[in-house]
Design a protein around this ligand. Structure first.
Ligand code: BGC
Length: 434
């Protein structure tokens, strides 16, 4: 319910349970305004865990936290460390330290977690190991990204993830949030909104879909969910590409890879967004790197026209992803009437996929009708910039802001969280540094 002002201090743990890795950080927000120190460890998120049991998941997450504490605080006597937990899945949150998982996304499919608060089983796993950790805030990665980016750049108004999944967060005024209507909050109080726009157009009423989009959805663990995400996020780009190639091989009009063994290409999800990136990155006119990739990874020898088709196909899939991603950002800006702002973006597709940024900037220009000289990214009225570390620093900051709000509320003898927010606002007004 607030942006940081740079004066937050303290030491916090941050846990990021993203799609690919699990990361634990210890973030120290120092006395110098807007500065922080961070130590971190990464742990692989084993593939089996994503479709295993809830006990295995929480046990593994708690084991990683335990390893981190033992490694970095071997001899130290630590009291309770506050934790910001970045849980990047759609969750219903009535309080900041709770979250009912609406549904798994990004290929996760663990039984018995959907529809329940994820915090109690997580805390139980911590307690079993006697870990001195207190979950203070459950955070979406987009919210963390927005808060971390705003910590160092006051023009940042939106946090986005273009990675394994896709989504964005922005700050709304409580008065414009219908579902908070009954709470009688000060309408001008800020509230972070996690848009979950990966689920945009689940009804399939707006965006044209290709037959490949239809297959991706049908074969996924949650058909009918995350329609927008399935067209643009890193988890799916390689698979869309693979489905098109298999189809073209089988179609009578254009029998590519004729007479070749395409068994490796037939394996679902065998190509990732990195494969597509490498195709788009081949600097050579004769696409010799693409040829090597196909030979080494798929045992397919390509002709020149096939190589050109492959490159064009990668460009089309990458361009559609970047342009649709820009639509999400444009939608928030239009909704809020923002004509200029900075957008903090993170995620593997944004950071690594070639031309993604320029294609996105060009699309923003077309949607928002900017004059001709804009649309290159740098210097545009709405600029999508690399974000600060949302799931590390962002989660820590949100934990710090939460503790501050609770403290202000407790000092004023207030128990109700929303009333606390009001108190925090009064405190903010009273503090000339805020
Ligand atoms: C999740 C979001 C998350 C996004 C990016 C989506 O699948 O539903 O909560 O922000 O991925 O990680």
């Amino acid at each position: 319910m607030a942006f940081p002002d740079g004066n937050e201090t303290g030491t916090f743990l941050a846990l990021d349970m993203g799609g690919t890795n699990l990361r634990v950080c210890e973030v120290t927000l120092t006395e110098e305004k807007g500065e922080f120190d961070i130590i971190q460890s990464k742990y692989r998120m084993p593939e089996e865990l994503k479709t295993g049991t809830a006990d295995e998941l929480w046990g593994y997450v708690a084991d990683c936290l335990q390893q981190f504490i033992e490694y970095h605080h071997d001899e130290d006597k630590i009291e309770q460390l506050p934790l910001g937990f970045t849980f990047s899945y759609p969750a219903t949150q009535h309080y900041i330290d709770h979250g009912i998982l609406q549904r798994w996304t990004k290929g996760f499919d663990i039984e018995g977690v959907e529809g329940k608060d994820v915090v109690p089983p997580f805390e139980a796993a911590l307690a079993e190991r006697g870990l001195p950790i207190k979950l203070t805030a459950l955070v979406n990665d987009t919210t963390g990204t927005m808060i971390a980016s705003a910590y160092t750049d006051p023009l940042m108004k939106i946090g986005c993830i273009f990675g394994t999944g896709c989504n964005a967060a922005y700050m709304e005024d409580c008065g414009s949030i219908p579902k908070l209507g009954d709470m009688k909050l000060d309408p001008s109080l800020p509230m972070a909104i996690n848009c979950e726009y990966g689920a945009f157009d689940n009804e399939h009423k707006v965006l044209p879909r290709t037959p490949y989009d239809v297959v991706i959805d049908k074969e996924s663990p949650r058909p009918g969910q995350q329609a927008f995400e399935k067209m643009i996020a890193g988890l799916y780009l390689g698979e869309i590409f693979r489905l098109v190639l298999v189809d073209l091989h089988q179609s009578h009009e254009c029998e590519i890879f004729a007479g070749q063994d395409i068994s490796k290409l037939k394996k679902a999800y065998s190509l990732d967004a990195g494969f597509l990136s490498a195709i788009e990155e081949d600097p050579f006119e004769n696409l010799s790197e693409v040829a090597d990739l196909f030979q080494n990874k798929l045992s397919i020898v390509c002709t020149k026209p096939e190589l050109e088709l492959i490159r064009r196909l990668a460009e089309l899939i990458g361009t559609r992803a970047a342009r649709l991603s820009a639509c999400g950002v444009a939608a928030i800006c239009k909704h809020k009437g923002w004509e200029t702002c900075h957008v903090g973006a993170d995620g593997s597709v944004f950071n690594k996929y070639p031309h993604f940024k320029v294609r996105g900037a060009q699309a923003l220009k077309e949607i928002l009708d900017w004059p001709e000289h804009f649309g290159k990214g740098k210097g545009d009225p709405i600029e999508i910039l690399p974000a600060e570390d949302g799931s590390g620093v962002g989660a820590a900051l949100i934990a710090a802001l939460t503790l501050k709000r609770v403290e202000v509320g407790q000092n004023a003898g207030i128990k109700d969280p929303e009333a606390m927010a009001q108190a925090a606002k009064l405190a903010k007004k009273a503090n000339p540094f805020n």
